[in-house]
Design a protein around this ligand. Sequence first.
Ligand code: MN
Length: 421
Amino acid sequence: MTNLNATHDPSLRSWVASANAADIDFPIQNLPFGRFRRAGTSEPLRIGVAIGDQVLDLLATGLIDGYDMNALMAASPQERRALRAAISAGLAAGSANQPAWQAALIAQSFAEMALPCTIGDYTDFYTGIHHATTVGKLFRPDNPLLPNYKWVPIGYHGRGSSIGVSGQTFRRPMGQLKGAGDEPVLGLSQRVDYELELGILIGPGNARGEPIAIEHAEEHLFGVCLLNDWSARDLQAWEYQPLGPFLAKNFATTVSPWVVTLEALAPYRSAFTRPADDPQPLPYLDSATNRSEGAFDISLSVWLQTAKMRAAGEAAVMLSKSNVAESAYWTLAQLVTHHTVNGCNLQPGDLFGSGTLSGPRPEQGGSLLELSLGGRHTVKLPNGEERTFMQDGDTLVLRGHCERSGAARIGLGEVSGTLLA
Ligand code: MN
């Protein structure tokens, strides 16, 4: 495994006591970036690093001199690794920085988180092959995957303006609904759904006209977060041909506030393999490194808390779980290379959605469309409630973490969003 260094050492401890607890998302080996301000103030957003249950204010440490996360994301991988090493050393138990940095901590419970950066362009991919197969079967039982799926990373350009950070709420969207009759009606979507996705944030960009070769693709990746690609299935079914999703997807997209960097993910890499009878990637989407360690072993889960559960003080219940490496047909590097092969320029702060990362088994569906088999089957909740699609007041939470022997457990935190009436 390449690129492991002292910052990944599982025995490393922090002088921030909460960072040393078992099974937490933000031990000293993680160090994800986000933007925050003190809750209830209108202070400018500052760049922070999550450590235990605290946020380290990077400006106050003197390690950075500004407020611009996109500028930080544009830094080279070498600069990023140096910053990570300095943060790790300063937070490590016994560091001489402790007295000064103590004053740079703020409890996460007193911090208001914002979108991690100014998001430029948003592209939503469709790399979840089990999702694509299940959803394809609902429409085309004999031919679930279209012929291009195993050759080209399918994607479409999404909308940035409606992307919000965890805690986002949105009203049930209106749109054209097509029932059994010939003509559609304007009405409220009856099939609001979520999609379990990884958000991928671009670091350094490329000049227009200059594709990014797969050998260099990861130098352009800043890190990952969780992403819920809210979808109105009834709007989608009527509008999606021939140009793809439009109003079914652009009313809200929610991301988690903490970006786990590619450096932090180094211990959890996996080989990227294709079944023997599947086409192998075209040469521009193939490299030895991509084959040996291009995938990421990230566990994901979906949780639902209904309004009734919330009123009764009941915690969210898990609907499904899956793993990125088992679910994604293409690696992050392949997405960057494919996106730029025509000369398209990526910029720091651009966001990719991975596509819905459902696992191979039916109970691992990453959307209600899959868990309810297109609305034909009800999902039963422990309190007796049932769901085919989202109901008003439902809060949906996505979580993710990495765990591997010989490495610390790190988490992506969570992304939560609530459907309002
Ligand atoms: Mn999607």
